[in-house]
Write a protein that binds this ligand. Structure first.
Ligand SMILES: N[C@@H](CCC(=O)N[C@@H](CS)C(=O)NCC(=O)O)C(=O)O
Length: 376
């Protein structure tokens, strides 16, 4: 697996457990490379899951960061925030309030919504990329096994992921909408990346790291969607390559807190499709927490309707997504005066003003060693 050496004088070696096929590992890897941090990536083998990840994190989930001091951090957002505190320069959170809002929103969109096309283009078309996908799963778990053994192992290990797509909302009824929405987003991103290296200038932001998760491991790497991206959105494909091989610590955010107009259609799609889901999750979480004071929220709270690309279906109520949404809401709520006015103008133009004013009666926080969230 990859090992990146750094010229940063204060860097120390970290270990990232995950895999090339893993959406969220791609987010953390790209960040670590941009920051020029010394790290080694190790595959999350069966043994690593059993002896390290499950005991230390409380769940079989990747990626996981281990520091040289044997601290363990799980969740890419926590990993990035942990590392930003230790290695602040250059920040991946823009200082400009509007750029920061957009970056936080697009991190959320990449992490929690573009996972829908990502999982669709891995699993609905798995027959067209069968050996590649199965082998990827097998190779992460047992890198030394033969190719054939890895494919057989992959067939077993992929079952929970393969089986989750209908819960995510990927069904025969919604697939045309998912493909339409993804094609639109790709076209919008392509127009943006024809002009800019990253979302907000020549430096990647937390928004770029959110988007690279789905746009690399699945959509930019699995054979079927990768060919689609290369053919229809070459500028997005080039951005994926830049995100994976960035010049460490280089670049700047655009001056004067400017948000490029080319991001507006992407934000508008997010506000139309993703934010209604997020707002409804907040409602369901509040109901559950009111009925179960002090309880740990189940990761799934039933199913609710959603719309994408004009198609309507149902998908799981993902309680966790409130935690990511809170980051956007908190930032927006903290804006005052002219900053607030500028944010309101932008949000009005993309249809997101009301969603960003969602009141949070029951705030969520993470607790060490548990995936389930609790009220803070
Ligand atoms: N929000 C988490 C999501 C991590 C995640 O869902 N990882 C996937 C692999 S890419 C996984 O291990 N899923 C198993 C699970 O969620 O139980 C993060 O940002 O790290």
């Amino acid at each position: 697996m990859s090992s990146v050496s750094s010229t940063h004088p204060t860097s120390t070696p970290y270990t990232l457990y995950g895999g090339e096929l893993s959406l969220y590992t791609g987010k953390a890897r790209s960040y670590l490379r941009y920051k020029g941090l010394d790290f080694e990536e190790k595959p999350a083998t069966r043994q690593v899951y059993k002896e390290f990840i499950v005991p230390r994190v409380g769940a079989a989930i990747v990626p996981v960061l281990q520091t040289p001091q044997d601290e363990v951090v799980q969740d890419t957002t926590d990993i990035i925030d942990f590392l930003e505190a230790r290695h602040p320069e250059p920040p991946v959170y823009p200082g400009g309030p509007l750029q920061r809002l957009v970056a936080l929103m697009l991190e959320f969109y990449g992490d929690e919504w573009l996972v829908i096309p990502a999982m669709h283009y891995r699993w609905s078309v798995v027959d067209q990329q069968y050996d590649f996908i199965m082998r990827e799963f097998g190779a992460m778990s047992d890198p030394d096994a033969s190719e054939e053994e890895q494919i057989r192992l992959g067939e077993k290990l992929c079952a929970p992921f393969r089986g989750s797509i209908s819960a995510l909302g990927v069904t025969a009824e919604t697939i045309p909408g998912i493909e339409r929405a993804y094609a639109d987003t790709l076209a919008d991103l392509d127009a943006h990346f024809a002009q800019y290296d990253f979302l907000l200038g020549s430096r990647p932001s937390i928004g770029d790291f959110g988007l690279i998760g789905p746009l690399y491991a699945h959509l930019g790497r699995d054979p079927v969607p990768r060919a689609l991206m290369e053919r229809t959105a070459p500028n997005v494909y080039a951005w994926v390559q830049r995100m994976n091989a960035p010049k460490p610590r280089s670049g700047e955010f655009l001056a004067d807190d400017r948000v490029p107009d080319t991001l507006l259609p992407i934000l508008a799609t997010m506000c139309r499709e993703h934010l209604p889901d997020a707002v409804d999750v907040v409602t369901h979480n509040a109901q559950w927490l009111a009925a179960n004071p002090g309880g740990s929220l189940p990761r799934v709270l039933g199913f609710h309707p959603f719309t994408t690309g004009g198609a309507t279906g149902t998908r799981f109520i993902n309680s966790y997504s409130q935690w990511m949404f809170q980051r956007c809401l908190d930032h927006y709520a903290g804006l005052e005066g002219e900053d607030r006015q500028r944010a309101d103008t932008l949000l009005t133009s993309v249809g997101g003003l009301q969603a960003l004013r969602t009141p949070i009666g029951h705030r969520l926080r993470r607790q060490p060693g548990q995936l389930e969230l609790v009220e803070s």
